[in-house]
Every structure is written in C-alpha cells, then in structure tokens.
Write a protein that binds this ligand. Structure first.
Ligand code: PNS
Length: 168
C-alpha cells in the first residue's frame, strides 16, 4: 500500500492545496497531510484550527477521496515524520517557476537526509497559480474577503461565511 506525506504549514489551506491533495490522493493509496507546528512562528490559525479546517474542507469538497486522506500535526524534520509513518513519498505542489528553486533545494536536501523518501511534485492547476497562504493571510489581516481563495471552512473561520452573511 503506497503512502505519501504532504507536508506544509497550511496556514490556511487554500484551493491550491486542495487541488494538490485531489491529484495526490488519486495516485497514492494513503495520503497524510502533515501540518507543521512551528512554535517559532505566530500563525494566523492555531494548528488545531488548521487541522479542523482541512478536515472540513476535505469532507466538503473531496468527499470521495476522504477515506484515503489523513491529517496529522508534526514538529521537527519532515523526513523524520515520513520515516516514522513508513511513507515512501513526500508530496509538494508547484505553482510556477518561482517555486522551483526553493522546492528543488528542499527536495535534494530531504533526499540527502532520507534517501528512501522520494519527493514528487504536482503542478497546481493554472487557475490557482497566483494563490498563496501568505497572500491570504495578508488579505485576512487587513479584513479583506478571502472567500474566493480558500474553502468555506477556512473563510468562515476568517469571518466570511459561505451563506453570504456579512462580516461579524
Ligand atoms: O507550506 P510551507 O510553509 O511551504 O511548507 C514548508 C515545509 C513545512 C514543508 C518545510 O518548511 C518543512 O519541511 N519544515 C519542517 C522542517 C524540515 O524538515 N526542514 C528541512 C527541509 S529541507
């Protein structure tokens, strides 16, 4: 049974991440979304809320794939988490050439640390090529409407309920 880990901050999960999840869950029997808990960074959403939002987003948007997807938190090295689970692959998304250099460096470093864990990349759909959690965080911090960029479970947590209600 093939097992892959999709690590990230997911602060918050966006439609771009969900697109990668959808593709990866069709390739691997089990996909574990690994949410990094980084005590050195102040997140927009605490780890428990990021996990809850991911769970709700998958249940709402990818219900058929939900049985193949697990969500976990981790701290420390991604490759250690992969080895702990016995994962053979690590999944990352690529939006544009600008992502490539940092992702290539990270993939090579992870391979050097754990040769048994191979990194695979999925190209994020072109309609999400401009999307990033960092931009969503910035828009949210200034009170902007993020509902076009993130699943309803995230938008609601940021004060933009899907029923068109006004911001609290
Ligand atoms: O969503 P992000 O912030 O782009 O995800 C980055 C992440 C979590 C995959 C990366 O920072 C990571 O793997 N952090 C864990 C620590 C680690 O393994 N560092 C070495 C990477 S070569």
């Amino acid at each position: 049974m093939s097992l892959a880990v999709y690590p990230g901050s997911f602060d918050p999960i966006t439609y771009g991440h969900l697109d990668v999840v959808r593709r990866a869950a069709r390739v691997f029997d089990r996909l574990v979304m690994a949410v990094l808990v980084n005590p050195r960074k102040a997140p927009l959403l605490p780890a428990a809320e990021r996990v809850a939002a991911i769970r709700e987003a998958i249940a709402g948007e990818l219900p058929d794939l939900a049985p193949h997807i697990e969500i976990a938190t981790f701290d420390g090295l991604t490759v250690d988490f992969c080895r702990q689970l016995g994962a053979s692959h690590l999944v990352r998304g690529l939006r544009a050439v600008s992502d490539f250099e940092a992702e290539l460096q990270m993939a090579h470093m992870n391979t050097a640390l754990a040769p048994g864990v191979d990194t695979v990349f999925f190209m994020t759909a072109v309609e999400y090529a401009f999307l990033s959690s960092a931009l969503v965080r910035e828009i949210a911090r200034f009170g902007g409407d993020v509902s076009a960029f993130v699943p309803a479970a995230v938008a609601a947590r940021l004060g933009w309920p899907a029923d068109g209600g006004s911001r609290p």
